[in-house]
Design a protein around this ligand. Structure first.
Ligand code: AMP
Ligand code: MG
Length: 494
């Protein structure tokens, strides 16, 4: 390491990382260090997040070379002992032993609310879990994760955050040589359904029990006195995941690779890979190049959530009851409740997006009719909802069929001015004006990563930071690409 001066980080006094995850024991990780990079350069730093997390104070020159060093793993933050986490997972239905093949947990910080959060590097080089991978990431893919995860956060959806992107100065070899990058992510934790699968299927019942208690202590302390901790954890993760997928469905987000190793026990969006936002509404929408069967298509996400949670339940079986039959019954009961609970919560979300007061038996039909019109007419998901809020949506007039539907919708909303005012406010809070549209994301990334021109990035990220606020001069960013998404395709291992 050249010229590393820890003082120049200007960390808040006494700030240091903890090594909480290590308390699980060395079956759950391998000790690692980042690979050497010749010329790491800090490209993005999320100063607001660093302050929010209590890492730095007001007076900070984060552009110092020292930050590029620590955020590419070339030097260690105080207290850091990097490790790669062990986990397994069902990938496209197949069980595999996995682990962090290109990520390093630097340690955990304590935020201003005294909650632990992970600081993790992604793309910092190979680990014991890399299998045939190189442990690296392209700069463009890391910039993409930064942009989308921060957009998801601004949409009010639980997610890992992005603290920084460093350009490594070294190429990554994919089909061609591409500039390499390292992303620093922040998350309540990176504990996954796949971590439980790992402890259950590849370790032993004691390790599984230890993991359950660790997860409860870290994320759900209110369950610490639960009569049946493993069942309480299962039920809570089920609820958290239903909440999360309802949020995704509300904004047209397609995670793209909902393998069980990419599903968080804390109920946050993690592992941004081939994710993308849907433009024209179709439940069959898939962008990921490897998802040839549409397993993770937009409309399949609730079913896959249930499938993944069944994997969680199955991994927890040894702790659910001594008697196998009893454990199976408890697991099945919990999993069988998912569809009805999802449907009920999705209706709540849709009612708020449509400004429907109270609950009426005909609501489900009204919502499904609306979606059917959107699908038939190839209408934009985000903008068709927006049309109902009164926000001026460019180039998206209502068709005769939609206008007809709107008559029924208006009748359902009623005539009480007080109620209309309240439900319209609710609609404005529930319907984003701006989402990271694929074509806009791509042009911003290409300009920034390939040509060093950040104008489009700045323009786009400015509206995405405040996605519910309409800005007249930014209405071009509301539009889907002319002629639709075409063969737009996203990739995993970029
Ligand atoms: P993902 O589904 O993208 O989250 O990744 C699935 C698994 O592949 C995880 O264990 C990753 O750590 C691993 N992986 C992905 N890309 C690479 C890479 N370039 N080198 C090593 N491991 C990788
Ligand atoms: Mg993953």
């Amino acid at each position: 390491m050249t010229s590393f001066d820890i003082d120049s980080l200007r960390l808040l006094p006494d700030w240091k990382l903890q090594q909480d995850y290590r308390s699980l024991g060395d079956n759950f990780y391998s000790n690692e260090h980042a690979q050497h990079f010749l010329a790491p350069q800090l490209i993005l730093f999320n100063e607001a997040l660093a302050k929010e997390l209590g890492i730095i104070g007001e007076r900070t020159d984060w552009s110092s070379a020292a930050w590029a060093s620590v955020l590419s793993g070339q030097a260690l933050l105080p207290g850091s002992q990097p490790l790669a986490q062990a986990y397994a997972g069902h990938q496209f239905g197949q069980f595999n032993k996995l682990g962090d093949g290109r990520a390093l947990l630097l340690g955990e910080g304590l935020d201003l609310q005294q909650q632990l959060y992970d600081i993790q590097l992604k793309g910092s080089g190979p680990t014991a879990w890399s299998r045939r991978g190189d442990g690296k990431a392209t700069l463009k893919a890391m910039l993409r994760e930064y942009l989308i995860s921060e957009a998801i956060h601004a949409l009010g959806i639980p997610t890992s955050r992005s603290l920084a992107v460093v350009a490594t100065g070294q190429p990554v070899f994919r089909e061609t040589a591409l500039p390499g990058g390292v992303l620093t992510r922040i998350a309540q934790s990176h504990l996954r359904v796949g971590t439980v699968e790992y402890a259950s299927h590849l370790l032993n019942p004691q390790a599984l029990e230890q993991l359950v208690h660790y997860t409860i202590k870290r994320h759900y302390p209110e369950l610490e006195d639960a009569h049946h901790p493993a069942l309480a954890l299962l039920e809570t993760v089920i609820q958290q995941q239903i909440n999360l997928v309802v949020e995704w469905m509300g904004v047209g987000f397609i995670h793209g690779v909902m393998n069980t190793d990419n599903m968080s026990l804390a109920g946050i969006t993690i592992d941004y890979g081939p994710c993308a936002f849907m433009n024209a509404y179709s439940p069959a929408t898939v962008f990921s190049s490897i998802d040839t069967q549409g397993r993770y298509a937009f409309g399949n996400q609730p079913y896959i959530t249930q499938w993944n949670l069944a994997c969680l339940a199955s991994a927890l079986l040894p702790l659910l009851a001594e008697e196998k039959q009893k454990a199976l019954e408890l697991a099945q009961d919990a999993i069988n409740q998912i569809p009805a609970r999802y449907e009920q919560q999705w209706l709540v979300k849709m009612r708020s997006k449509l400004g429907l007061p109270g609950m009426e038996p005909q609501d489900a039909a009204l919502i499904h009719d609306f979606l059917a019109i959107m699908e038939k007419e190839g209408r934009d998901y985000t903008n068709t909802f927006l049309l109902l809020t009164g926000i001026p949506v460019p180039e998206q007039p209502a068709s005769d069929v939609l206008s007809q539907w709107m008559i029924t919708w208006k009748e359902r909303r009623g005539t009480s001015l007080d109620i209309l005012e309240a439900t319209t406010k609710e609609m404005i809070k529930s319907n984003p004006v701006y989402i990271p549209r694929n074509h806009r994301v791509e042009e911003a990334l290409t300009d920034a990563a390939d040509f060093g021109n950040w104008n489009k990035w700045m323009n786009l990220t400015e509206v995405l930071q405040n996605p519910f606020a309409y800005k007249e001069d930014k209405s071009a960013l509301m539009l889907p690409p002319e002629g639709g998404d075409g063969d737009y395709c996203t990739f995993c291992g970029t």
